[in-house]
Each structure stands twice: as C-alpha cells, then as structure tokens.
Design a protein around this ligand. Structure first.
Ligand SMILES: C[S@@+](CC[C@H](N)C(=O)[O-])C[C@H]1O[C@@H](n2cnc3c(N)ncnc32)[C@H](O)[C@@H]1O
Length: 242
C-alpha cells in the first residue's frame, strides 16, 4: 500500500508519564494529529498531549454529532454515528493518500472500548494503519485504590454501565473482581445492580484516574451527586493466595 500511515496511538489513562516511549516519540514528531471530542470540549486525548506537540502541527478535531442525546436503542443513533465515522475516515484517508502520516490520539488503549476502532475497521485494507497499545483507564483506576485487582484464579468481568440492570446483576454475581465503565447517567442503575449482587459495600469509585483531578472513594460514601464520564467502579477479587 502506498501513502502515509494512520497511527492509532494509545496515550494511556491521562498522566503523560504513563505513555509508552513509542507513543511519546510519535506524538512529539507528529505533523498531523486527529482526535475525538464532545462538541464544545477540548477533548480528553488532546488534553493529555498538551505541551508535547510541534509548533506547526495541524489538528483535526472529530466532534461527535451525538453522545447521550439519542438513546442507544434508537436506530438513528447508529445511523448518525456511522455517517460521522465514514466522514472522519474519508478525511484521514485523503490525508494519508498525499503521503502524510496522521497520529490519531486515543485515551487509554485504542482497542479497548475506544472510538478509534470505528475508524480502524473502515480504513483496513486500503490504508496503512498501525495501532500502539497502552495502559488502560481501568488499570490506572484499580492501581489507584492501592489493592491488587485479581488473585490466583479470580474471574474478572469488565462491564459497561449502559447494559440492562438484570444483565449487570447477573454478570456481577458470576464474577470475583468487577470493573464498570461508561457510568455517567447510569449510576443509580449501577448502584441497584451492585446491591442486588451483594457487592455494593466492596465497590470503589475512581474519577479521572491518573489525571490531576483524580478522586477515589468507596461508592457507599458517595451521595446522589452526578458521576463524570471518566469514572470507573472497582470491586477487588479476593482469590487464592499462598
Ligand atoms: C470509550 S471508553 C474508553 C476506554 C479507554 N480506551 C481505555 O483504554 O481505558 C470510556 C470509559 O473509559 C473509562 N475511563 C477511561 N480512562 C479513564 C480514567 N483515566 N479515569 C476514569 N475512567 C476512565 C470511563 O469509564 C469512560 O466512561
């Protein structure tokens, strides 16, 4: 394949010191960067690389047309997002066809529940794409609690709080260690599922893990205040130990 390469670069969970050497090199040497963000926001991945970019870098901000405005179950949600990813892909591909490399900034690990995957599957086959793995948000979150997450043969489940309540409860009952992501407006449902599974008292919530505004508490010590999008609930495994 001719042309430039599109790099999906995992930046880690937020603290730039947790970035890989390769990610650091690619970001600092970038002539073109692209990143997702919610309209009106700076973008979490863009914020991570603040102060690392070359003075003449070009930036392509890919603003989500919807986030929570249309329910996930509405067929329009998929349609609108699919069109959005198609147009982002076309822009990046056109840039790569001129011979330029493009660095797509990805918070955490690109292949772990990341938006970059929607570009990757559309680019594959006709554009050179390379993915740089990274430390995930959940890794930073459970490390922040100061307790190991899995021991011996513990089973760990990674759950999205967007799942239906009964599916969450069932998966929690079957797991030793639990990670819950994409919490936001789903916090009350998540609290009910943790209680039904008998795990509520053991649950920690970590907001903005490894970022300057990081906050960690037992979930049972929190009130009814809203939870930011960058929050992770952690229940530690307690498995076999010598
Ligand atoms: C679309 S997923 C992206 C996951 C990311 N690719 C990763 O490797 O962690 C977004 C969710 O990840 C979680 N998340 C990622 N990084 C986080 C961090 N540093 N602190 C808290 N939550 C984080 C939040 O639950 C958020 O809703």
């Amino acid at each position: 394949m001719k042309g430039g390469t599109i790099f999906g670069v995992g930046l880690g969970p937020g603290n730039p010191e947790l970035m890989s050497v390769k990610a650091d090199r690619l970001v600092r040497g970038a002539a073109h960067i692209a990143y997702f963000r919610k309209a009106g926001r700076k973008g979490q991945s863009r914020q991570i690389v603040e102060g690392m970019l070359a003075a003449n870098v070009t930036e392509f901000a890919m603003e989500y047309p919807v986030t929570t405005e249309i329910p996930l179950s509405d067929p329009r949600y998929n349609e609108v997002l699919s069109e959005f990813y198609e147009s982002c892909t076309a822009h990046l591909r056109a840039l790569a066809e001129t011979g330029e490399d493009v660095i797509v900034l990805c918070e955490g690990d690109p292949f772990f529940y990341g938006s970059f995957m929607h570009l990757y599957t559309r680019l594959q086959g006709n554009t050179q794409v390379e993915v740089i793995p990274a430390i995930t948000g959940m890794s930073a979150a459970y490390t922040t609690t100061g307790q190991p997450i899995t021991w011996g043969d513990d089973i760990m489940s990674v759950l999205m709080a967007t799942l239906p309540e009964d599916a969450l409860t069932e998966a929690m009952q079957a797991a030793d260690a639990i990670i819950v992501m994409k919490i936001g407006k789903n916090i009350d449902k998540l609290r009910r599922a943790l209680k039904a599974a008998g795990k509520f008292e053991a649950a920690w919530i970590v907001e903005y893990a490894s970022m300057p505004n990081q906050k960690m508490r037992l979930l049972s010590d929190t009130g009814s205040e809203p939870v930011p999008y960058f929050s992770i609930v952690v229940v530690h495994g307690n498995g076999r130990r010598p």
